[in-house]
Ligand binder design. Sequence first.
Ligand code: MG
Length: 452
Amino acid sequence: MNRIKNELHISVAGIRGIYPEFLTSEIVFNFGVVFGSYIKTKKIFVCCDTRTSSLSLKDSIITGLLCTGKDVVDLGIAPTPEMGYIIEKVETGNAAGAVITGSHNPQEYNGIKFFSERGTFLNATEMQKLLDIYYKRSFTVSKEPGYLYSGKYTERYFNGIFRTVDVERIKKRKFKVVVDVCQGVGAVRTENFLKEMGCEVIVINKEPHGIFSHNPEPLSENLTALSETVIREKANIGFAQDTDCDRLSFTCENGHIPGEELVVALTTRDILEYHKKGDIVVNLSTTSLIEDIAKNAGVYVYRTKIGEINVVEKMKELGAVIGGEGNGGVIFPDVHYGRDSFIGMALILEYMAYREREISEIIEEMPVYVLLKRKVEVSDKRMAAEIVEKIKKAASEKEQMNLEDGIKIIRQDGWVHIRPSGTEPIVRIYVEGKSKEIAEKYLSEFISLISS
Ligand code: MG
């Protein structure tokens, strides 16, 4: 048994664990009480993904929140970005939120994501305050429990996206689209979303029962069935969402799987070429393709530590026009400040519509980068941090470095980013080169340095 699985991960990045061995109903109830004690708004939205444990864990967190006197709006099974949109753009400061989801993790996992009244995830400082309440048990229970309501906001959310893209132009193309929702929340949203943009839609793994046909992380190795279906159906493009719909990947009409890094790249091109020029914010591990795209448009790229909230806070500070994380998480602030696969699909379709090219032709005209992502398991989180310190000490002063989040070494023909995971006892290594040979050369150089 993999030792990484044998834990409940509680950190500033969020809460995650296997249900019911490590993430229990009691823990989720407690976090309901803790979050209700921490957050100042009277109203809190709650939703969940399709996992078999999600509906019951949603009830647990709702009960905890009601105990603190908060009023809860239950959205049922709903996408994480939909909740972000509602809090930021509909409630505008009057509500906060909690999502029960294991996100991109395998089906035995579940977890909690917390939204502040700004409609974005709690940042590290806020999350630490929440955890202080949890560990010190300094929560408050109200004599008068709150009220429970149910809510439906999907139409407003979709319209929020449709207002920012050229839906008429997309409709004219009558795209045929395959989407792999992997038995996740997309199963209750995505078909309608794409049909409203005039697409002919084929959904695979469409039952919303949370028993996943494949690993739900939208990585290329999990997109084989999607690619085959796109070819068989002669579709224009195939999309894949993770189970709570914040991350996206895609396959081309010819079956090619370009990789999730291309999502932010393509959407950035769409915004810079057809919406507006402005600066871009991505995390340190995102492909260098973004710099090439920015350079062509005469704008700048700013890089942040890993984690959606870090990207979001920098985007707000700079007034960036688009941003995100290379793992398939695009953030378009005209709709809301959160990673959103629905926005990703709309912007990619819009770009295809404007360019009047097949998606494979659009991909072919872009510079090629090979980004390899690996993880090295170690005995505990402290050891992961020690290994990264060791790499920092071993690095020559002549190297161009960034030490904001682990160590990123930037060379002429590629870069290496090594950091300890915030939640698991692993060291993450990202390597990018202008060819497979360069990327593999850097990967083996640093893997052997880690193992030495
Ligand atoms: Mg997710």
